[in-house]
Design a protein around this ligand. Structure first.
Ligand SMILES: [Fe+2]
Length: 317
């Protein structure tokens, strides 16, 4: 299979402060070079007899394939990032404020990362992480560092070939020029596309039917908002005596004795139970409570999930 050169994703003559010869050289020599290398590596890999190929040959080719493919993809994204007027769109400003606190905060970090690579080399990327449904700024060194499952939506090339012809060693001026040419509407479109990538599927537990799990953040938000919810720690007794800690404001109840304590609960308020990691015990207890008429859910990450988000705990014993 041969990879094809893509038409340059911006119109070089419309850019402000980035010369046409710089962009053309970048496109032909670096983007084009990566793609030609990628095709040569692919051809070589296709001709290998893997049973007879020494490990070091295969290792080298697969590493180089990753470098060349990522370089190709990131250069396409880099050119597509340029060509705008640098004016942030409302939609993108809101998304960046959601994930970074504010547009300014995001821009300050991204820009500082670019400055910090002056005199060095690498990519600065804005990447969408489907698992957490959020954006993150990352470095991509050697073209091969990438966040597993991440979708890069903005790329700043900090290799010297991207700016030396116009800016010499003044990497800061290049980064500022990049921002002035940023195509925000195109970035927003890519962000919209990236956000359609679903997070990894949750564990299926068919033995528990349609029992609903709930995220620990959601429960915490309900409690913080003063919503009436009965949260109960139902870790097995041996687990509690080993770990000895419990989330503050939550009571522990023995899952073996659910029939004895369920009468103390109110049927007019939702019940949320959890065990250690969100599997068997929490689910079984939730089912028993549901069968008894309580509106019950289980926390799908259990006691560990509470601790992972920094909820204060106290000693139980
Ligand atoms: Fe480049």
């Amino acid at each position: 299979m041969r990879y094809r050169l893509k038409q340059i994703q911006c119109r070089p003559w419309t850019l402000s402060g980035l010369s046409v010869p710089l962009i053309e050289s970048h496109y032909e020599n670096n983007y084009g070079g990566a793609l030609r290398r990628l095709n040569a590596i692919t051809e070589q890999l296709e001709s290998l007899d893997f049973a007879k190929t020494p490990a070091h040959v295969l290792n080298g080719l697969k590493r180089e394939e990753l470098v060349a493919l990522n370089s190709t993809l990131l250069h396409e994204l880099y050119f597509a990032s340029l060509g705008g007027n640098g004016q942030p769109t409302t939609g993108m400003s809101e998304i960046l404020a959601r994930d970074f606190g504010s547009l300014e905060r995001w821009r300050a970090e991204f820009r500082a990362m670019g400055y910090a690579l002056g005199g060095g080399s690498g990519w600065v990327l804005l990447t969408y992480v489907p698992r957490d449904r959020r954006l993150i700024n990352q470095y991509g060194s050697e073209h091969s560092q990438s966040i597993a499952s991440g979708v890069p939506i903005l790329a700043l090339d900090m290799y010297e070939h991207a700016y030396h012809m116009d800016f010499g060693a003044n990497a800061r001026a290049y980064v500022d020029t990049f921002f002035r040419n940023l195509d925000w509407p195109a970035l927003e479109n890519r962000c919209e596309d990236a956000q359609t990538v679903p997070p990894p599927r949750l564990l299926e537990q068919p033995e528990f039917g349609d029992l609903q799990g709930i995220g620990v953040e959601e429960v915490k938000a309900m409690m913080a908002a003063g919503q009436r919810v009965q949260v109960i720690d139902v870790r097995p007794r041996h687990n509690v005596s080993r770990q000895q800690d419990i989330v503050e404001g939550v009571e522990w109840r023995d899952p073996e004795r659910v029939q004895e304590w369920m009468g103390e609960l109110s049927k007019s308020e939702p019940v949320v139970v959890y065990c250690a990691y969100g599997f068997q015990v929490g689910c079984k207890t939730a089912i028993k409570l549901r069968e008894a008429g309580f509106d019950t859910k289980y926390v799908n990450s259990g006691h560990s999930g509470w601790k992972a988000i920094g909820s204060p705990v106290k000693m139980h014993l």
